[in-house]
Design a protein around this ligand. Sequence first.
Ligand SMILES: [Zn+2]
Length: 245
Amino acid sequence: MVRIDKSKVGIPAILGEGGKGESATQELIQHYEAGKRDFKSTDFASEIYGHKTVKSLLMKVQSKKCCFCERKRPHAREGDVEHFRPKTGFRIKSKSALIKPGYYWLAYDFSNLFYACKVCNQEYKKNFFPIADETLRARSHQGNWMLEEALIIHLEFDNPADHIEFLAEVAKPKAGSFKGKNTIKLVGLNNSELLKERFTLFSVLKILAKEARQGNIEAKKYFKKISRKGHQFSLMVRCNFPDLV
Ligand SMILES: [Zn+2]
């Protein structure tokens, strides 16, 4: 997991002023004001928030990597546009009841959207969204979600490297970070599939690191390259080989 910076790319036209996202948001607000609370996923237009211009911009910003597991997913069909604050409803604990409505007014808000692989988005992240103080939770478009302190890592406002570290291929909360601990569990950062993929890379790098430390220029160059943000599992590389990156 690495920090994502959307500040330089602007907002896709479909989600900007006068775009389809704006009118769809107004419609959701009208429904809320008319008494609707039970928003379902079918109330949200994936052809708007998941429009190809939105997805491709997110993929560009994220170097075609899943925002959670850092696996490269270079083809748009391999990933989803994920809502950081869940749109239909949220759970305070991973297995507690779904509370509705969710953050319906942020369904088409670019700042709430990220590119995630299908496994992370559909099997893990789901609707779990704990915050530090429930009395500050924004329960409608009239609330201020910026007052909330999420108890999971925000991919843009937090730096994941402050909360998660890797010992070999295993993700651990850094300095006992509660956000780190929650996030590792929430997105399944240590699921067997991911552990296996990271272990494969880590095993090769361990051998290569010996070469690099003995002065092999090509090996040294390789470490510089693969520890960059755009590379798969870059946080794992940086945590395990700090002297070479
Ligand atoms: Zn993923």
